[in-house]
Each structure stands twice: as structure tokens, then as C-alpha cells.
Design a protein around this ligand. Structure first.
Ligand code: NDP
Length: 248
């Protein structure tokens, strides 16, 4: 089925690679107009060229979302550009794995700011418009690490458990305004995420684990997000936990 998102306006954060990029494409293929945000302008512009070919009239938003001011700005600029925002995909995130005793707190602070605070700020910025129109869908990308806390992942788990808790609390605040909230909790996905782990032993360990399994692909998560946002508006998929078959 085509054009299930005809005339819907979406904003995808962290769209310059991985899950965000695949999600922006999946939404565009269904007729949505899509704003894309991240730091790497070249990657966003490359994606925008493809999205334009699909008729998605992309808006490129270069932003460092570790800043909550920037997280609010991209929502306001999307609304200003298209007139409103229907679907907010809060996907931008980093995963800095390291043991608590050795952790670089500056790095962890940046992860908390991006994975949690920024997601809260963009959500808050989107609510007024969605409430006024009694229409909106917020999809937050958490992780299996938001449901199961592993050693070496304490602060990452804190951010992703945080996203799960925030999402459920938010859902209960806004459901009466016809605003839907979905949280997605993927297991191991084959993306660039692990490349940015600064603690070398942790990076090696998680890459070794990934090498032992058939990982999820970014498109698998994009398909799931697409499923959530194409349900009739009386259906709200609250939470999706999905692992590779090979992951414990
Ligand atoms: P990628 O590293 O491919 O994507 C991360 C995205 O976030 C990129 O577009 C990156 O863009 C953006 N980003 C990172 N830092 C910032 C910043 N400061 N400001 C703005 N954008 C930023 O990894 P994934 O696609 O895997 O990650 C997407 C989400 O999925 C994350 O929230 C992650 O925690 C979650 N996830 C991933 C899993 C996996 O195994 N891969 C499993 C479970 C959840 P740029 O660098 O251009 O700014």
C-alpha cells in the first residue's frame, strides 16, 4: 500500500545515518514530507537529494542536539516551514559504554543531554501545536538497554530507561488530546552507533558480541516505526521491544 502518510509532516532527529536515515526514507516512501536533523550537513544533504526525488520536500536542519535550545529550535523551524508538525521521531542518540569506575563523566553528561534532555525538549516544543490541532504522534527510540541493564552500560541504560519512563508518563498526559506516544526498544542493530564508543575495551567487547549474531538492520526498525505511525488514529502502539533472533 502506498501513500499512507500523504500530506503528513514528520521530523526525524539523527537522520544522517542508521535508524534515522532509514526511517526518513520509509516515511517519505509513504508520502510524508520530512524534515531531517543531525550535525553532519553533508550526510543530511545527500539524504535530502534522495528524499526530494520521492517528493518529500525535505528540510535540512543542521543542529547539535546535545543543546536543548537546538532541540526546540528544530521543532519550531519545522512548524514554520511546513505550517505544522504531525510526527516527531526522537531518534538521535549516542551509546558511550564504559564501566562506572572508569567513566568519563563529561562524555556521560553529553550522552544524558542528547539521549534524554534533548528528547524532552523537542517533545515539549512539539506539544503546543499538536494539542491545538488535536493530532500528533511522538515516537521515541529507546533500546533493549531501556528494559535490561547490562554491566558496562550503566549510564546508557539510565538514558534509555529514562526514555521509557518519560514516554509512558507523557502518553498518559496527552492521550486525551489525541496525541499518540510510542517507544521503540531495539536490540543490536548494524549501524555506526558502536564506532563512537571512546572506551576501547568496551567497544571491542560489544563489537565481538555483535559479530556473533545476525543483527537487526536499520530498515527493520524503520519498518516498525512506519507500522506504528500508519495505524488508524484510535490505535496507539505504546511500546515495541525487538531483538535479533540470535540475541539473548
Ligand atoms: P547512528 O550512529 O547511525 O545514528 C545516530 C544519529 O544520531 C546520527 O544521525 C547522528 O548524527 C545523530 N547524533 C549523534 N549525536 C548528535 C548530536 N549531538 N546532535 C545531533 N544529532 C546527533 O546509530 P543508530 O542509528 O543505531 O542510533 C539511533 C538511535 O537508536 C539511538 O538513539 C540509539 O541509542 C538507538 N539504538 C540503537 C541500537 C543499535 O544497536 N544500533 C540499539 C538500540 C537503540 P550526527 O553524527 O550527524 O550528528
Amino acid at each position: 500500500m502506498k501513500n499512507r502518510l500523504q500530506d503528513r509532516i514528520a521530523l526525524v532527529t539523527g537522520a544522517s545515518s542508521g535508524i534515522g536515515e532509514a526511517t526518513a526514507l520509509a516515511l517519505a516512501e509513504q508520502g510524508a514530507k520530512v524534515a531531517i536533523a543531525a550535525r553532519r550537513r553533508d550526510r543530511l544533504e545527500q539524504l535530502a537529494a534522495t528524499l526530494a526525488g520521492l517528493g518529500a520536500e525535505p528540510q535540512v536542519l543542521v543542529a547539535d542536539l546535545a543543546s536543548e535550545v537546538e532541540a526546540q529550535r528544530i521543532v519550531k523551524e519545522t512548524e514554520a516551514h511546513y505550517g505544522h508538525l504531525d510526527i516527531l521521531i526522537n531518534n538521535a542518540g549516542v551509546m558511550y559504554l564504559e564501566p562506572v569506575a572508569e567513566a568519563d563523566l563529561g562524555r556521560w553528561r553529553r550522552m544524558l543531554e542528547l539521549n534524554v534532555l534533548s528528547l524532552i525538549a523537542s517533545t515539549q516544543a512539539a506539544l503546543a501545536g499538536m494539542r491545538a490541532r488535536r493530532d500528533g504522534h511522538i515516537v521515541n527510540v529507546s533500546s533493549v538497554a531501556g528494559r535490561v541493564a547490562n554491566p558496562n552500560a550503566a549510564a546508557y541504560a539510565a538514558t534509555k530507561f529514562g526514555v521509557v519512563g518519560f514516554s509512558e508518563s507523557l502518553r498518559r498526559e496527552v492521550y486525551k488530546d489525541n496525541i499518540r506516544v510510542s517507544v521503540i526498544e531495539p536490540g543490536m542493530v548494524d549501524t555506526e552507533l558502536r564506532e563512537h564508543i571512546g572506551h576501547e575495551a568496551s567497544r571491542r567487547a560489544v563489537n565481538a558480541r555483535a559479530g556473533e549474531m545476525r543483527q537487526l538492520q536499520a530498515e527493520d526498525i524503520a519498518d516498525t516505526i512506519l507500522f506504528c505511525v500508519t495505524r488508524p488514529d484510535y490505535v496507539c502502539i505504546n511500546e515495541v521491544l525487538m531483538r535479533p533472533t540470535d540475541q539473548e
